[in-house]
Every structure is written in structure tokens, then in C-alpha cells.
Design a protein around this ligand. Sequence first.
Ligand SMILES: NC(=O)c1ccc[n+]([C@@H]2O[C@H](COP(=O)([O-])OP(=O)(O)OC[C@H]3O[C@@H](n4cnc5c(N)ncnc54)[C@H](O)[C@@H]3O)[C@@H](O)[C@H]2O)c1
Ligand SMILES: O=C(O)[C@H](O)CO
Length: 318
Amino acid sequence: MKIVITRYLPDDVTKELVENFDVVMWEKENEPMPREQLLEEIKDADGLFTNVADQVDYELLEKASKLKVISTMAVGYDNIDVEEAKIRGIVIGHTPGVLTEATADLTFALLMAAGRRIVEGMDVIRENEWNSWGPFFLTGQEIYKKRIGIIGLGRIGLGVARRAKGFSMDILYHNRSRNKEVEEELNATYCELDELLTTADYVVLLAPSTNDTYKMMGTAEFAKMKKSAVFINTSRGTNVDEDALYHALESGEIFAAGLDVFDPEPIHSDHPLLKLRNVTALPHIGSAAIETRLAMARLASENLINGLKGQPLVHEVR
Ligand SMILES: NC(=O)c1ccc[n+]([C@@H]2O[C@H](COP(=O)([O-])OP(=O)(O)OC[C@H]3O[C@@H](n4cnc5c(N)ncnc54)[C@H](O)[C@@H]3O)[C@@H](O)[C@H]2O)c1
Ligand SMILES: O=C(O)[C@H](O)CO
């Protein structure tokens, strides 16, 4: 059987794949396999090892007449046309869990960086703009005992809530369902989105990209937030109306934003959002800790092997 791996991966990850299958692997780690090549290679492939940057869409699936398993090295699978794949009997694997803590760490790091203007401080030094200590120079927002509102309290949202508890934050959450255990463990309060938006000091978006969440943060939502509030998005760029976010930040409707994800990616350096000093932007590195990425790659490999051997995947997208 043939498998296509769309990014270079280290030998210890690919060892078992190479032993079992005919492997075609793109040789670059930080550049995608060119679309034309992927569309060609997929024609006689049984398995695809992919990631968030590949579009596994109708056009690709139409060509993939032998494809049995798609394995993505990510928890989110909004880049895959799941419905179309299911119609064709293709099994899809993903990597929830192993990236939860690293992504929660990064989310909290962004919250602190945006709230306390950390990157701006470094820019000021680099640009030689630091003249003297000033009473209100680079003043940001407190974090300790402030209110955090988490939209999407799943695995990563819960990880962020646990970190927030360490800062004695008042935790609000909005989710598809209530989680009584979490409410007890963290003294967290479930609320409607409106209450979360109007009262939180930090609004953290961690819901997946779905039809329901498309641009769920737009002009009306940012208008409801406090002027002193900080918005953090480590979910997907498609969940946010970026023009509305720009206007909210530029007009002072909200204090700052910390963003790890954009629509589309990669964001270009000319983008208006990147001209704003109250934006802390990162290149989709939520899960980018070495151990985490290795665990994701190994899990994706296990999913692919299991699927091609006709065994249950460790984590299948249902
Ligand atoms: N920045 C990164 O590098 C990075 C890394 C990992 C995951 N992610 C993103 O984070 C998302 C969450 O990952 P997870 O493992 O916590 O997933 P999860 O499924 O455990 O949690 C998602 C939560 O969102 C809730 N939700 C769904 N729709 C909602 C809505 N309309 N309003 C409010 N809540 C809603 C669900 O009920 C669930 O509790 C992923 O789907 C992915 O898009 C990003
Ligand atoms: O969904 C995911 O897993 C991320 O976006 C990449 O880690």
C-alpha cells in the first residue's frame, strides 16, 4: 500500500510507516507539498498523513480513488471535507489530548503577553524608544483575580481554566453543554455568551471551527466587550471577523488581542492587524513544543497504520 506524507518527518516517526508501506514523503518540514504534486500522488494512495495546512477537499478526494485513511497531525480537522470523505468510506484520524497542555500553556502565555504588553515592551527597547521609567509607561491590565471568560470549555479550554485558577481568576465559561464537575473543581460559572462578553476582562476563544462558530466574534460581539478587555484566539481564524476585530482594536473599543490563528494562514506582514501595537500575533504555534509535536506525529502515524490494517483508530473523527 502507498501512503503520502505531506511534510518531512523525522526517521523515528516514519520508521514503522516505511517498514509497512510504500512511502512518498515531501522533503521539506516548513513548506507544504505543492498542491499539484499532492493531487498527482494521491491518485494511487491508500493513506494520507496530513496537517492543518493542507486542504483535503472535494477536488482532492475526487482524485483519491484508492484512499482509505486520512490521518491529520492535529486535533482540529476543519481543513478536511469530512462529509465527503465519509461518503467515500474513508476513515479519518486526528490527535486530541496529546496537545492539550502545550496549547493551554501557549494560550495563557498570549493572555499574559497581550494583557501586560510584553512584546510591545521588547519592541520599545529594540527601537530605542525607552527614555525613562514613567508612571504610566506601557501600563497594561492586571491578571490576578480578574475575570476570564472561556468560549469553548473542552480539553484545551479546561487546561486554560486550570491555569487561570492559579492566578485566582474568576472563571466564566460558555460551551455547548454545562460541565458540573468543572464547575465544582474550579468554581467556574456557566453563562450565556452575552454575559461572558460584557463582563469578562479576558475573553478566550477555544471553540472548534464549524458552521456554527464561523465569524462568531464580529462587530456586535466586540462592541459588547469592556474597553479594558483583552481578546485571545487560539482556536481558528475563521471563528473571528478580522475586519471587525481590527476596528475594535484600532478604535479602542477593546484593549488588546493575542492571536495565534488567522484566516487565511499564513497572515501576510502587510495585514492591517499587524500594524496595531495592541496586537500580539503568533504563527499558529499553539501546540509547538517538541515533545508535543512528536507525540502528535506518533499518534497520527498509529492512526494511519491501524486504519490501513483495518483496525480501530486510536482517535477517529466520528
Ligand atoms: N492554536 C493551535 O495551535 C491549536 C492547537 C490545538 C487546537 N486548536 C484549536 O482548538 C480547538 C479546541 O480543541 P480541544 O481539544 O479543546 O477541542 P474540544 O472538542 O475538547 O473542545 C471544544 C469545545 O468547544 C465547544 N463548542 C463547540 N461549539 C461551540 C459554540 N458554538 N459555542 C461555544 N462552545 C462551543 C464544545 O462543546 C467543546 O467543549 C480545536 O478544534 C482547534 O481548532 C488550536
Ligand atoms: O488543531 C490543531 O491541532 C492545531 O491547530 C495544530 O496543533
